[in-house]
Design a protein around this ligand. Structure first.
Ligand code: SF4
Length: 373
């Protein structure tokens, strides 16, 4: 039987309990592993003696390995290609920011350097969104909670991660139990991420949204809406048929009432499909009673995989102006980053990386500001 990740919290906890070992040692093991990537579990100091044979026979300090690390030209974005124990590959993307750039309220912005990690929750995805490279793969498998946490472990060794967004490969709410467990691990010792700095992005899995707030209070919810009406949604996101827009909006209303948290709305701008002024008005009317932040995402071309084209800059700006001006909805435009390494939204697909990087122009981002609130 394959060894489990030491970061599979449910499994290690139950094994320790069965063996009568105090589970308080588990976070200490994680801290040691985090700080000592090349050491064996046998070398973790000061554990009860029964813990060593148990760790040796059932767990590995890491079940995944970094196959390659690809930096964008300007070093703002780093894509990790990670090989899982079963031979499958997933991707995680680190995005670095200097929050002191620019001004806030006319004054220099506070803050400093910080990083956001975009994490995968599945190998591939079954939702089949037409604009998404990952969707073209179909679902290969779910990640275990340990495999999800290991992405953070790998990234922490490269960068100080302050935010995590579940916007990589997969629909996180289709792997609900593992994602909830992984987030609980990430918010505990030794990672201690604030739940407010973690964002789960979904196409709108209604039954899972209904329980998300009670399972993960304070974690942010982002909804990939991408269309203001059901028929356009179904055209570009086949999974929307199972989650009709009207029911989804009722679900979000309840979620907001219970959580009192704002909801992030993701809206990919597709030329001639969902980017016209009438669509902006439809979206404005749909959202005007919610506390939301809308993030307009210029479409990233995915070669011959899809028939869509990016909206032009003017269309995106007009869309934003209508949402802001007519409906008073906070609306941002996601700046592009990582396109040269296919690390941008909707581009994560299992490909062994090209050796050569394609040149790209200034990559910056606002995703952290959007998600971390
Ligand atoms: S956009 Fe998200 S939910 Fe849709 S196919 Fe891609 S990974 Fe899956």
């Amino acid at each position: 039987m394959a060894l489990r990740s030491v970061f599979d919290e449910g499994v290690i906890r139950s094994e320790f309990e069965k063996a009568g070992i105090d589970t308080q040692f588990i976070p200490l093991i994680w801290k040691y592993v985090l700080q000592n990537p090349n050491r064996e579990l046998d070398e973790v100091p000061s554990l009860p003696s029964a813990a060593y044979p148990l760790l040796r026979s059932k767990f590995r300090s890491s079940t995944s390995t970094i196959n390659s690390i690809v930096e964008s030209n300007d070093n703002v974005t780093t894509k990790l290609l990670i090989r899982l124990q079963n031979g499958a590959f997933i991707e995680a993307v680190i995005m670095r920011y200097d929050t002191r750039l620019g001004t806030y309220g006319g004054k220099p912005r506070p803050g400093g350097l910080r990083s956001t990690l975009c994490i995968s929750s599945q190998v591939g995805c079954k939702m089949g969104c037409k604009f998404c490279a990952t969707g073209s793969m179909g679902l290969k498998s779910n990640l275990s909670s340990g495999e999800i946490v290991e992405q953070l472990v790998h990234a922490c060794r490269l960068s100080h991660i302050r935010n995590v967004v579940f916007m990589g490969m997969g629909e996180p709410l289709n792997n609900y139990i593992a994602v909830v467990e992984a987030i609980r691990t990430m918010t505990g010792f030794p990672f201690q991420l604030s739940p407010k700095k973690i964002t789960v992005s979904t196409v709108g899995i209604i039954h899972a949204i209904n329980k998300l707030h009670s399972d993960l209070p304070n974690v942010n919810l982002a909804v990939s809406l991408h269309a203001p009406v059901q028929d356009i949604r179904c055209q570009i996101m086949p999974a929307a048929r199972a989650f009709p827009l009207e029911r989804l909006m009722d679900t979000l209303k309840n979620y907001q009432k219970n959580s009192q948290q704002k909801i992030f709305i993701e809206y990919i701008m597709l030329n001639g499909v969902n980017d016209e002024e009438k669509h902006a008005h439809q979206l404005g009317k749909l959202l005007e009673t919610f506390q939301v932040v809308v993030n307009l995402i210029p479409f990233n071309p995915i070669g011959s995989l899809s028939p869509f084209k990016s909206s032009n800059e003017q269309a995106v700006k007009s869309f934003q102006k209508i949402l802001r001006g007519t409906y008073g909805i906070r609306t941002t435009i996601r700046k592009q980053m990582g396109q040269d390494i296919s690390g941008a939204c909707g581009q994560l697909v299992v490909n062994l990386p090209d050796k050569e990087l394609i040149r790209s122009s200034g990559l910056t981002t606002d995703i952290e500001d959007l998600c971390a609130g």
